[in-house]
Structure formats: C-alpha cells, structure tokens
Design a protein around this ligand. Structure first.
Ligand code: ADP
Ligand code: MG
Length: 671
C-alpha cells in the first residue's frame, strides 16, 4: 500500500465520494487514515444525572414534558423537555428541531449525547443527538464521531473506515523513535476504539508524531536559513542617535534591547530570522521603524507587510511621519492604490526605500532593486520558500533579512522548541505613563444599570466605544447576539449616537471606509467581530465591551482590550458574561493582570492537557491532535528530533517523514 496514493485506491471509495473527500483536503490514503474522529460517544458508561458536570455528556434516560414554542426572535423554534434517569432530571433544549416533539415515546429509554451548558441562566442539555437504547450495540463501547464533510456524515466515515479495516495492518512504521507497530496500533485504536484509556494513549502517540514533524521542520528551516546569504547592514551609531533625538519620547529599555539585537543580526551575512514579540501597545512599530531606517541608510529597500489594508495604511502614515524627515521615501501599496504601475516602476528603480502593503506585495509582480529587509506585522506565516523566492528577485541572489512582529505571547518553553528556527526579542515593558485598561466582568443582565451609563459617559466626553460580538449573523443554536442585531439594538437604545458595524465578510473597501470614519471620530460605537483584534490604533477609543467573554482565550481578550488604553484618558473594558454562574477563575485573571505573557501561561495551565477529546487546539499552529499544553510530549519530541538529526542518513531514509514535513517547511509557522 502506498500512503500517498489517491484516496480512491481504497475499497468503497468511488469517484463521487473521492471528489467530496478531496474537496475537504482528504486527498491521499494517508489523509484518509489521519482523518481522526473528532470525538467519541461513550454509551458504555453514560453519566448519571446526579453526577452531571457542564460539558460533553451522554445520558441514558427517558424523556417527558416535550413542548415547542416560538421564540421572540423570528424563525426560531424552541423545543424543550425533561430527561430523567433514576438519579434525577435535567432540562433539554433543541433549537429549530421541532420534529423532536414527536420523536420520542415517554416509556422508552434513549441515549442523549450533547453539551450540558448554561443557557439563559440555567443549565440544560443543548441540542443533543438521541438514539434508542435498544438500537445501540453497547458492546461496541465507544462510538467514534467524525466531522461531517458535505454529504459525507459521521456514519459514512465509519462505513468507509470499516471497509478499509484490513488495510491498517499494512500501514508502515513512520518514526524511528518509537517501537515498531505503534503507529499502526494507534491509528487503528483511534478509528476502532476499545477503551477511553487506549484511545488516549493512541492520541498521545499521534500528537507526538505531529510535534515531531513540527519541531523537525523548524530545525531544518534553521539549517536552510543559515545556508542563505544576505548583505550585511552596517550599524551607524551616530545616525541612529540623530534619529532617536528626533522622537517625541524616549525608547523603553526593552525597545532599545530589541533594536540592538536586530542591528547585530543584520550586520551579518546570513539573513536575520527574528520574531519581535511584544504586548499590544509595547511599541513594536517604533522598533521596526529603526530597523527600516538602518536598512534604508545602507542603500537597501524595505517591505513591510500588514495583514489588512487598514493596518497597512496606518503603518504607512506612521512611518512616513517618522522617516520622511530623514529623506527616506515611503510608499503605500494596497488594492486601493491608484497608480500601481508607476509605483512599481519606482520600486523596481530603487526610488522607494520603504513600501508598506498587504501580503500581495510579495506575491505580486512587484520587484525590488535591492530588497534588504522584510518586516511582517501580525502575520503568521512566512517561510524559507518565500524567502528564497525573494532572493531570486534580487539581482545578487541575496535573501532579505526577516523581522516578524506579533502581539501573541508565546510562552518561553514553546519558543525554544517549536519555534526553534527563530530568534526572539521580547518587549516586556510598556511605554511610560500608559495606564492599564480597567477590566470588569459584568453579567449581561446588569448591562442597563452599569454599562449603559458608562457608554454615555464615554461618548459624552467625546471618546469612542468598541463593542465586540461573536457572530456576524444571528445563529439560533448559538444564541449569541450578532454584530448586526447588537448594532440595531444599540441604535434603538441610543438613537442620537452614531453606531456602525464591522465584520470580516464585508468588502475591504467597506471595512476601510468604516475604520477611517471611526479613526476620524465620526462613529461613537463600533460594533464588530474580532476583526479589530489585529493592531488597529485609534487612541480616542477608551471603552471596550466584549460579549460572550467566556468563549475567548485570555490572550485573545487581552489583545482585544489592547485596542483601548492607547491615548491620554483612562480606559476600561467590560467583559459580558451570560447566565448567572460566577465568572470563571480564568476570566477573573483578566481583572487582575495586564501582563499578556502571564495570561498566556494561565491559559496554557488552566486549559490543561486533559483536552484530548473535543476542542483540540486547532488554529494557531494548525495542530490537529497535539495541544500546546502537552509540555511533556513537546520536550520528548524535541529530544528525539535532535537525536534524529545527528544522523544525516535519516533524512534520506525516512521518505514519508520528508514528504510530510515539506509542507511545514514551506511555511514556517510564526504564530
Ligand atoms: P504595538 O506594539 O501594539 O504595535 P505600537 O507600535 O502601535 O504598539 O505603539 C503604540 C503607541 O505607543 C504608538 O502610538 C507609539 O507611537 C507609542 N510609543 C511607542 N514607543 C513609545 C515610547 N517609547 N514611549 C512612548 N510612546 C511610545
Ligand atoms: Mg502594532
């Protein structure tokens, strides 16, 4: 069996199924085996109601008192009932599933699988799936649940995996660092679970695999990077002093240290690969400006990439103001730029020293005369491959130095392992005089009493408000208030105020327009999704409201609230919680601490490594199985990678591994 053959090689997968699978990224036989269940239902040991805890549960019980009603919100039907077993009873709720009303017989027993959670101040089982006890073969024990992909539902995946049951025996070993057969056994256990304990062990191994790949890729990237050549940028002490003398403030110690580390890196003939990490408001842009200044002095060009046009424009204005007095030509290149052609000609001719723009700047046909430094703000991915492309663009075949900036705090232990290909500078200090954002947790029901006066006070003092919502559109199941609904509610409450909303699905031009109006003080309350999270700077905004605060990570809320507290006035942040449960310990940390690194550590600890099922940490690192809190696994994987790399033959011998890490290598994950 070749793991890299197309999926249709597998039994039971015809062209149509294959097409769907491929649409969802399952292209090869290997992808198919690694498409693990997202969760497992445990019918063997259902939770008794007297012992129920919030979270995912399976309850075995009878259901009674079912009724359906219409909610005030349009198009929402709510079906409620009571589930009971010998030990007690709980409420159950389904949204827009009115067929549930006539699905059950009151004398029969069912398994209900779903989340037991707080809704409108009461704990209920929310939209559970239900199956007749007599229909379930409990000898099967754990029931794997796959993420549905289009027409392919969980049970289809079960069927398909079952058709390939025999094939698991042919899965070859993968890593030299574990016993023969472990991989095969683990994948089999994940798809055909025998016990929670065995599934956990299997997932531990698969998480280890993933970490091994990631760490190995980072190490190899470092090696590749060290082979590239760059042109050294001489350090010009006197000129840097001139520059600093012209600033309206003194650099913080941390800024000076970071700038110094960057200058030292750039003097070398190997390209710098440095991550500048600093809490929101710590002044990363100024450090970047210093780096750009030095590079421009040496006759090289600088490209600064921002994730959005809004941010690019903001950086451009900032840097233009700071750098043009020193005869450094700064330009902005975004989708909205009018005369792109002549600007690009000027870049090619070397007449522009610093170009600020979005990512398109590098993939485009933009060519530089002498690109010396690439700065990436809040940009998460940029790899050796892209850098090599840039080197090809520059006539001498030299690669530019690279400075990445992020406000996402990465705990130290992770920096050294997973991010092993980066050097890191940390801005662990805020500029003087910055007042921390006063943070208050507020149950939604107290909004009218406590929050509305604060809003009126803020707007009355000619300051502005951010209001962050979870969802763009109303979603009856989630019961969160959407950006649009919240904006119109606020407008009804405060008819005289200027209220607008912003979300990621709006057209870039529309977003820019709204942000520009907000920055210009024309909007009093901006209701938005987390699109404002990244770097936007409106010093006049001094109040932030975050709805459904419990649903965010601490680091994320910390980053969000960093959008206020940038000006002269004292700023505050309200974290709204639903229901009447006491706020979590986690959330309370935000009231106490304004240290982003500390908060990230807390999140890491409190989330704990126990999260084997359910919300596995996707996102940031694209880890599918492992979690960043698996510190033991991380250090084991790191040790093993170093051992593995000692033998140069290994990279030749382990072909599958080589192919797998190639994808990580193309894109170094910075964040
Ligand atoms: P971030 O690290 O979040 O990107 P910025 O670079 O946007 O932070 O800086 C936030 C604000 O602080 C800007 O208005 C900037 O001009 C100002 N600033 C930067 N460094 C200092 C300093 N050393 N002293 C006072 N203000 C500073
Ligand atoms: Mg910034």
């Amino acid at each position: 069996m070749n793991l890299f053959s197309e999926v249709e090689e597998l039994k039971g997968i015809g062209p149509k199924t294959a097409e769907t699978l491929k649409k969802y990224g399952i292209r090869t036989v290997r992808d198919f085996f690694y498409n693990l269940p997202r969760d497992y239902e445990n019918f063997e040991a259902p939770t008794t109601i007297s012992e129920i805890q919030p979270g995912k549960v399976v309850i075995k019980g009878k259901i009674d008192k079912i009724s359906t009603r219409r909610a005030r919100k349009r198009n929402l039907s709510i079906t409620e009932g009571v589930i009971s077993d010998k030990t007690g009873a709980i409420k159950v709720v389904w949204f827009n599933q009115s067929y549930r009303k006539s699905q059950f017989s009151p004398e029969k027993e069912y398994y209900f699988t779903g989340n037991y959670e707080l809704k409108n101040g009461r704990y209920s089982l929310i939209s559970p799936s239900a199956a007749l006890v007599s229909d379930i073969d409990t000898s099967a024990g754990l029931n794997p649940i796959y993420v549905a992909h289009g027409a392919l539902k969980s049970h289809d995946f079960k069927r398909l995996v079952n058709a390939s049951r025999e094939k698991f025996a042919e899965i070859p070993d993968f890593l030299p660092t574990v016993k023969a057969g472990v991989r095969q056994k683990s994948l089999f256990e994940a798809h055909f679970p025998t016990s929670i304990k065995a599934v956990q062990a299997a997932r531990d191994y698969l998480a280890y695999e993933e970490l091994f790949e990631l760490i190995l890729a980072a190490r190899l990237n470092k090696r590749e990077n060290d082979k590239l050549k760059a042109s050294g940028v001489p350090f010009e002490l006197e000129k840097v002093k001139d520059f600093l003398a012209g600033l309206p403030f003194e650099l913080t110690k941390a800024q000076k240290r970071a700038a110094w580390e960057i200058f030292q890196d750039m003097e070398k003939n190997t390209p710098m690969n440095r991550l500048l990490q600093g809490d929101v408001g710590s002044g990363k842009t100024m450090v970047a400006a210093l780096a750009a200044y030095e590079v421009a002095l040496s006759g090289h060009q600088v490209a600064l990439l921002a994730p959005t046009a809004i941010l690019a424009t903001q950086h451009y204005e900032n840097l233009k103001r700071t750098l043009e007095p020193f005869k450094i030509a700064v330009a902005l290149l975004t989708g909205a730029t009018k005369d792109k052609k002549s600007l690009k000609e000027n870049i090619r001719a070397g007449k522009i020293d610093l170009v600020v723009g979005t990512h398109a700047l590098l993939t485009d046909d933009t060519e530089f005369a002498k690109l010396g430094l690439v700065i990436i703000d809040e940009q998460h991915r940029f790899g050796v491959e892209q850098r090599q492309k840039l080197a090809l663009k520059s006539p001498a075949g030299l690669a530019p130095h690279l400075l990445s900036m992020t406000a996402t705090p990465i705990p130290r232990s992770l920096q050294l392992t997973i991010f092993g290909d980066l050097d890191v500078s940390v801005l662990n200090e805020l500029p003087k005089g910055r007042q921390p954002v006063k943070t208050t947790i507020l149950p939604e029901i107290e909004m009218r009493e406590k929050l509305y006066p604060a809003i009126l006070g803020t707007v009355g003092a000619r300051n502005q408000v951010y209001w962050v919502c979870k969802a763009i559109e109303d979603n009856p199941r989630a019961e969160t208030t959407s950006v649009k609904a919240r904006a119109s509610k606020l407008q009804q409450l405060f008819p005289k105020l200027e209220i607008a909303f912003l979300h990621g699905r709006m057209k870039p031009a529309e977003k820019d327009e709204i942000m520009a109006r907000f920055a210009g003080g024309k909007i009093d309350i901006l209701v938005s999704t987390t699109v404002i999270e990244v770097g936007v700077d409106v010093p006049n905004a001094s109040l932030m409201v975050i709805e459904n605060a419990e649903s965010y990570g601490l680091a994320q809320i910390h980053q969000l609230r960093g959008r206020v507290g940038r000006g002269q006035v004292a700023s505050s942040c309200y974290l709204l919680t639903t229901g009447d449960a006491a706020p979590s310990r986690r959330l309370r940390e935000l009231e106490k601490s304004s240290d982003g690194f500390y908060l990230a550590e807390v999140d890491l600890k409190l989330r704990g490594p126990g999260e084997i099922y359910g919300a596995l940490q996707h996102g940031a690192l694209d880890l599918r199985i492992a979690s960043l809190s698996d510190t033991k696994l991380i250090s084991r994987a790191q040790k093993d990678v170093l051992e593995f790399l000692k033998n140069p033959e290994n990279m030749v011998k382990y072909e599958e591994l080589r192919r797998i890490i190639a994808k990580y290598q193309q894109i170094t994950t910075l964040n």
